[in-house]
Design a binder for this molecule. Structure first.
Ligand SMILES: N[C@@H](CCC(=O)N[C@@H](CS)C(=O)NCC(=O)O)C(=O)O
Length: 345
């Protein structure tokens, strides 16, 4: 496909930024319809089943445009529609690890993003002032102020959905700080998670970090203090259209750096317990998810989408050949991530 694709999104949406980074890196021509600002241009377009940003308008099997959401499968669909400059590693071990790390960024790191934005007054004030203006640059102060109150009220009331509360705040914030350090450390080996070219997980992390490290004041100050390298990385990831890439730019599967394994230790430390406890709560029809991270209590309401994430991860795992599964388990051993596949055979 050589024609340009249309998507609807917003600058304050980490998943929109994730996908824009990929479109630019992959040199896929696109038109971004900013929600609100160009609303009249979306009227003729189909409606998605669930209203999420970004929404992509891609040809269905019959060639007719469909409105689709969910960045992870859209990335894979774009690989088929537009070959070359792939963000999916060729080696199945790297491909699987990249999928897991993308899932962590989309489902765990986003907790930090939402938490910082709507937990601290400075961050609430900034998001409240800017987010509505991204929908209308010409609205009056009175109009913005009314929209701002609505956005703040709605988002703050949803903090519990991602599991952010006074109880879980230290867990979320400590995890964000550790991840910044681990990413900066990893950059002693390579600029990207899986070598010298970016993978889907790099863009997943980038999307969340466009907000955390470059928009919301509290987590931005944390990033400036702890990981200037990561702040610089976000600026670079924004537009990698000029980067030349070669197959050998991926890491060799049998030479993955220890710094990458350390990142998976973080995934296993925080995200895995929540994924497992959430799936169990959903299976048992429990009204809350309860687990421990670093000996501290984690409580949140069950999240059906994340039970699907676990199911998809296990499906990907089942697709691996036995020798790759062996190498994967060697790599993940004692990271905490191996627990995801305990009951899978
Ligand atoms: N899993 C989806 C998540 C997309 C998502 O949650 N988008 C947010 C904005 S960043 C959204 O549209 N939330 C709905 C709302 O705010 O009403 C993806 O990967 O694209």
């Amino acid at each position: 496909m050589s024609q340009s694709i249309t998507l609807r999104g917003a600058p304050g949406s980490p998943y929109t930024r994730k996908m824009l980074g990929i479109l630019r890196y992959r040199r896929i021509p696109y038109q971004l319809l900013l929600g609100g600002l160009f609303a009249d241009q979306t009227e003729h377009l189909p409606k998605p089943k669930v209203e999420l940003l970004p929404t992509f308008y891609l040809p269905g099997d019959d060639g007719v445009l469909e409105a689709v959401v969910d960045s992870t499968p859209i990335i894979r669909q774009l690989e088929v529609l537009y070959p070359g400059r792939s963000v999916i590693p060729e080696h199945p071990l790297l491909r699987f690890l990249d999928y897991l790390l993308e899932d962590y960024a989309d489902e765990w790191l986003t907790k930090a993003m939402f938490h910082y934005r709507w937990h601290y007054q400075t961050d609430i004030d900034k998001a409240g002032a800017i987010l509505p203006r991204w929908r209308s640059l010409t609205a009056s102060e009175e109009e913005i102020s009314a929209m701002s109150e609505l956005v703040k009220e709605r988002q703050i009331s949803r903090l519990h959905v991602v599991g952010s509360s006074d109880l879980t705040a230290p867990i979320i914030e400590d995890s964000y700080k550790r991840m910044l350090g681990l990413m900066a450390q990893h950059m002693n080996s390579a600029a990207f998670m899986f070598g010298h070219r970016p993978a889907a997980s790099d863009f997943g992390l980038y999307g969340q970090l466009t907000q955390l490290a470059c928009f919301d004041p509290t987590p931005m100050a944390v990033a400036d203090e702890l990981a200037a390298r990561v702040v610089a990385w976000v600026g670079v990831l924004e537009d990698l259209s000029g980067m030349e890439v070669r197959a050998e730019h991926w890491f060799e599967a049998d030479q993955l750096p220890e710094s990458l394994r350390a990142i998976f230790c973080e995934v296993g430390r925080v995200y895995v317990p929540v994924l497992l406890a959430n799936a169990e709560a959903i299976e048992n029809g429990a009204s809350s998810v309860q687990t421990h991270i670093d000996g501290q209590q984690w409580v949140q309401q069950p999240f059906p989408y994340q039970a699907k994430c676990l199911h998809w991860l296990r499906q990907e795992y089942m697709r691996l050949d036995e020798d790759v599964r062996g190498a994967l388990m060697d790599f993940l051993s004692a990271t905490g991530c191996e627990r995801l596949f305990d009951k899978v055979s």
